[in-house]
Design a protein around this ligand. Sequence first.
Ligand SMILES: C[S@@+](CC[C@H](N)C(=O)[O-])C[C@H]1O[C@@H](n2cnc3c(N)ncnc32)[C@H](O)[C@@H]1O
Length: 420
Amino acid sequence: MEVTIERILPGGFGLAHAAGKTLMVSLAATGDRVRVRIDREKGAVCFASIVEIIEPSAQRIEPPCPYFGRCGGCDFQQMNYQAQLDAKVAIVRDCLHRIAKISDIPQFQITAAPNDWHYRSRAQWQYDAEQKRLGYYESGSRRVCDVAECAVLAPELQKELDNLRRQMQEDALPADARYFRAVAGDKVVAVSAGVRNPTVREGAEIRRTINSETYTLDAESFFQTNEYLLPELIHAALGNASGDLAVELYSGVGLFTLPLARRFKRVIAVEDNRAAAAFARRNLAHASLTNTEVETADVASWINLECGGKAQRRRRFGSEHQSVARREDEQEIQSSVSATARQIDFLLLDPPRVGAESRVINGILQLRPKRICYVSCDPATLARDLRKLFAGGYSLDSLAAFDMFPQTHHVETIAHLTGP
Ligand SMILES: C[S@@+](CC[C@H](N)C(=O)[O-])C[C@H]1O[C@@H](n2cnc3c(N)ncnc32)[C@H](O)[C@@H]1O
């Protein structure tokens, strides 16, 4: 079947239409005239791959990586870099329009990566001990694509991959390892091996300095993969925000927590990964920041308790004239039940790709922060959650996109909202 690619969709597929069907074509560029093979059908939607490029798009380039197409890591190498950026802006707009139902999307910029290759400073490599393969999963499968050289890895991680490959060839890797995680620090790389039970944290820690803040973490901790854009990302998320109380949900090892602690009198950060929360506390202590509490908790459970605490407080202290005794009582409840008894000036959330659960969005609507900053690595779940926040009375102030993941369809988006 011959089709022309109309545009790039969320998920990175090229959109085409033929024979009454909607086609989602992998590894396409807008304007390509291609012959495709249908791989699978879901109702009127067909997922297809290119078998022949009849007329290449003006945006099409020769993918430089020899594993491209087989390796599931990159899906945008077929486009020149400007086309990748344009596609990402269109993807964000598409999600905001279709899912968040925003009719008048404000103009926004995408910040390009200073290095569109060799930028990844954190990676996970799959390991198949039987087949002696080390690399990434092949696209749409759990088969390991054996990758000797990866074009998006930072040079220090490439060295680490070479090192593991050498050990694999010498049968020196743990036979029960399923993957290796690596993260680059200012000076060294930390690696951990994921074995069946439990994951071995090798104890190696690294330090990363961003905007003069020092973050200690290990290879199992979440950290943004493209360090070159982090100063701009932090600036776009926090801007000149300041005030009495900030709340940060999904705070990791504290990338945003430290700068928040410098801008607000008090900060509450919530993170469910024990090790990440412990690193965040250490990072705050190292910076002598004592105004922040890091709660090791699931965000939905934490926010549920907060809302319960606030409701209890409202029920008990509903009257406008309070006696001194009541005020003392209130203070006790404020500290024991609701950590955020005061109004929240700024709430930042940076959830994983699945976005925030409904319970979390409902909780945010009950806590009623004056301003919200939503940092997202998936425009579709961002749009879903924004729609609920708009229904709760919040309005969109500004948007910004960051190309944290060149050569892939992924994009980081920041949305600023103001409360009713
Ligand atoms: C996208 S990362 C952001 C971390 C941090 N803001 C950063 O940029 O380094 C999401 C974080 O949320 C944490 N997380 C995931 N689900 C969670 C949940 N239900 N409750 C609390 N934290 C969660 C993960 O452990 C991870 O650290």
